[in-house]
Write a protein that binds this ligand. Structure first.
Ligand code: ARG
Length: 563
């Protein structure tokens, strides 16, 4: 039930077509204070058109509106304040939500359309960084939200699996590597080899030449080089998938940079045909001077292709394969220039879909105010961080609820949920201070707080011993439940806003507010007392659990029923 629309219809009925229905609808506001009602229509626009004071207009219309879902419609200066009939409206909302269940809030704006989301995309043989964690968490939430809006979301992991570093790795492996230690601990071993290569190359410059030669062999399809590359790739991917499993993230495709190796000639041909390639110091570039940007490098003087060449090729491939309505790249700020260049080159190539591509940047993860780094020596291994969060969660569960049956499983949901929520609760462009202790609090703006609120609501339902399948709520009249009900009505528009702005934080903050409202309700109202309204109160608790768990699911977080 769209109350704004219903109110707009009533108002426009009294206006005899002076304003179109959708114009009225757009003008309707939500008043700041409860004593101004639930919806307000400002009469300023009408005042200009009718040459009457807005106060007069408000007075005239107020008397005429007589729909029973409005308890009263009152002129308040230039505003027409509308108070909804709590009993009728709440009955309607509760019944709708019970019927829709977890489908509540689903939209069809994306029906039949694809959104391609390029996210996570770590680099082979390097640690999964804090930046990759953010990309993974944000990208996955955006994909879930897109699906909720009716889109088909194509999750793509554009692995960094090609580049001169593989020449270096092959050389280092042949000189100092051991099969066994790579298999046991691939990321650490490969990183050590990489670091050792750089140290040794400082004294022995021949190493760089050898690395270049091996990379050339790799590009030319040399069997031995390819086999080593594939091995490094497989081992790294296996490590990454441990993290994806912990986070509950899946991809439709792991087609990374290497996938485009045999497709780039075509891109370069196209650029040539369109007259966009220019030589600059022996390299081939697309000039972007008209945008005040440095040229986009397409091919080096030795014929090697670049990161941008791969992204251009990937974009062409994805448009052809998925005919996307939108292509999103969830990648840190550092790469803003790169994506600007890639999108502009596509525009210069004449593709009108170039403006359907968007870079979704995000801030850094900080530790004590400094960027958390995965470079040399100082690596923070992400898997260990996640395991630590789960362990801490287990400890607090053991302290609070030692009898809980499936403690380990719940601890995983809470520990992982805490990390994800901490990432998503602020606008993505902000930096985040990483504190396991803080994000695991059961109170405050944390994932565990919302999970705990959900579990508390579930436990009330269990305690009621009432069969909840056939609930038939009659509606509620008190202010505490009204606040919650109005929040619940907001959910669909929060989802839409969150999608339009690529901001999962909209949903995260909504869940905090809803949890706070619910906990106030819980503190003030005897939910289980056996009176006439009990069934409606239980229905309210039930629909709160539905929206909390669905909201958490959109963020990529599980909602245990007990914790
Ligand atoms: N592998 C890159 C990195 O770790 C991120 C790739 C992002 N996606 C893309 N299509 N360029 O920095």
């Amino acid at each position: 039930m769209n109350l704004v629309k219903m109110y707009a219809e009533e108002v426009s009925l009294q206006l005899n077509g002076i304003l179109q229905l959708d114009e009225v609808e757009k003008l309707i506001e939500k008043p700041k204070y409860a004593d101004q009602g639930d919806l307000a229509f400002p009469c300023f626009t009408l005042a200009k058109m009718l040459r009457k004071s807005p106060q007069m207009i408000a007075n005239e219309i107020a008397d005429k509106i007589k729909n029973p879902i409005f308890e009263k419609v009152q002129a308040d200066g230039p505003y027409l304040n509308c108070f909804l009939n709590k009993q009728i409206v709440s009955k309607e909302i509760l019944q709708t939500l019970l019927k829709d269940g977890s489908n509540y809030g689903s939209l069809d704006i994306g029906k039949g359309k694809n959104v391609v989301i390029d996210f996570s995309s770590p680099n082979i043989a390097k640690p999964f960084s804090m930046g990759h964690l953010r990309s993974t968490v944000i990208g996955n939430a955006i994909a879930n939200i897109a699906e909720k809006c009716g889109y088909r979301a194509v999750r793509i992991n554009h692995l960094g699996d090609w580049g001169t570093q593989f020449g270096k790795l092959i050389v280092a492996y042949k000189l100092w590597g051991s099969d066994e230690s790579i298999t046991v601990n691939p990321i650490k071993e490969l990183l050590d080899l990489y670091v050792k290569f750089h140290q040794e190359a400082e004294v022995d410059s021949k190493l760089e030449d050898e690395a270049r030669a091996w990379f050339k062999k790799l590009e030319d399809g040399n069997e031995e080089a390819l086999q080593l590359w594939k091995w490094f790739r497989d081992e790294s991917l296996q490590e990454f998938s441990k993290i994806y499993q912990l986070l509950g993230v899946h991809f439709a495709s792991y087609q990374g940079e290497a996938f485009y190796n045999d497709k780039m000639d075509e891109t370069i041909e196209l650029l040539k045909k369109k007259g966009l390639l220019h030589s600059s110091d022996g390299a081939q570039v697309v000039e972007l001077t008209e945008y005040d940007l440095p040229p986009c490098l397409i091919e080096k003087s030795d014929g090697a292709t670049l990161y941008a060449t791969r992204d251009l090729t990937a974009a062409l491939y994805r448009q052809e394969t998925y005919k996307f309505e939108k292509a999103l790249y969830v990648v840190g700020h550092e790469q803003s220039l790169h994506f600007k260049q890639v999108f502009l080159v596509l525009e210069k190539m004449g593709y009108d879909w170039a403006n359907q591509m968007e870079h979704i940047p995000f801030g850094f993860i900080l530790k004590d105010g400094k960027k958390m780094s995965t470079r040399k020596g100082k690596i923070v291994l992400l898997e260990e961080v996640i395991e630590e969060a789960i362990e801490l969660a287990l400890k607090s569960i053991e302290a609070k609820n030692p009898g809980l049956p499936n403690k380990e499983e719940v601890a995983k949901m809470v520990g992982v949920g805490a990390i994800i929520f901490h990432d998503l609760k602020n606008e993505r462009q902000n930096n985040i201070e990483f504190s396991l202790e803080e994000m695991l609090h059961f109170e405050g703006s944390t994932g565990p707080y919302i999970q705990y609120t959900h579990a508390r609501a579930c436990s009330i339902l269990r305690k009621s011993h009432i069969d909840l399948t056939g609930l038939n709520p009659e509606g509620l009249n008190d202010d505490y439940s009204w606040t919650i009900l109005k929040m619940l009505m907001e959910f669909p528009s929060v989802i839409q806003r969150s999608f339009n702005q690529n901001e999962p934080s909209q949903i995260a903050r909504y869940l905090i507010a809803l949890s706070q409202d619910f906990n106030k309700y819980y503190g003030h109202v005897k939910i289980l007392s056996e009176d006439q309204e009990q069934e409606s109160r239980l229905a309210l608790v039930k629909v709160v659990t539905i929206v909390l768990s669905e909201g958490l699911r959109l963020l990529g977080i599980e909602a245990p029923e007990e914790m």
